[in-house]
Write a protein that binds this ligand. Sequence first.
Ligand code: HEC
Ligand code: HEC
Length: 225
Amino acid sequence: MTVVGRLLAIALLSQLFTCAVADEQDVRSGARIYLERCALCHGSKGLGEGPMALLIRDYPDTSLKNEVAPNRSIQKIVESGLISQPSGVSSPPWQHELVAAEISAVSAFVDIIRSDFEQAQRELASANVAPDRIDGRKIYRARCESCHGTTGQGDGRMSRVIVNPPPSDLTRSVLSHEESIEIISAGGAKLGRSPRMPPWGQELVYAELISVATYLATLRAAEAD
Ligand code: HEC
Ligand code: HEC
């Protein structure tokens, strides 16, 4: 190889290397933006299991694994939104809330949900999201209210059939924040308590567990008032 050839090869390699690093950071921030902005409807795994989709009757299937608008680029949909037919419900436009780099990062992340679901799940599990960017109340309403009730008193619909023990009255819970997160994540059975308290650690990412536990604290405070 000539000297020029060698120099070119080195330049090319280093170019490839910086691309790979930038991509990795992109994916990382894409996963974080996804959890902060999209998981509410599309779910914390991208399978359409977001609180919004669970709470609203006949909400369209928001799983990102299936393409509903194959002839439009993901980036365009993220920028300008998409109105779902026939429901008329929409994926919001993000061009005024996210900067271009964020739009491209989160779009690239949607692509990874489709092309490499396992990698996407690893990124979501380790994403560094601020729990206060996640709506713990909505998660509670979608996942917990049916048993624990609107105000946390253990009087949800399911409490008619789940007895001995019934769903805990969360306003009287004496668990610490960490202990709450532990039982929410692991479920009752693993901790020697009722198996009717489901484990949520597979369903919710860590930041979501923290934000729902934080919401429980507000239920206690409301009851104390
Ligand atoms: C308020 C709820 C909501 C939020 C928040 C939301 N979306 Fe959507 N999204 C939807 C709905 C509803 C659809 C239409 C689904 C259908 O028609 O089947 C959709 C569709 C899409 C589609 C097209 C699906 C496909 O497979 O072709 C993409 C891509 C998408 N959303 C990306 C995002 C991204 C990225 C974010 C976050 C930056 C986001 N959405 C936030 C509700 C939402
Ligand atoms: C299918 C019903 C059901 C659902 C849904 C459910 N729980 Fe529970 N939960 C229970 C039952 C039953 C117990 C009582 C376990 C026991 O006493 O052994 C319990 C106990 C708890 C406790 C322990 C309280 C204490 O002081 O000991 C916490 C915290 C809790 N649940 C939080 C949640 C959260 C948060 C969610 C939603 C993410 C949730 N639960 C969803 C049934 C449920």
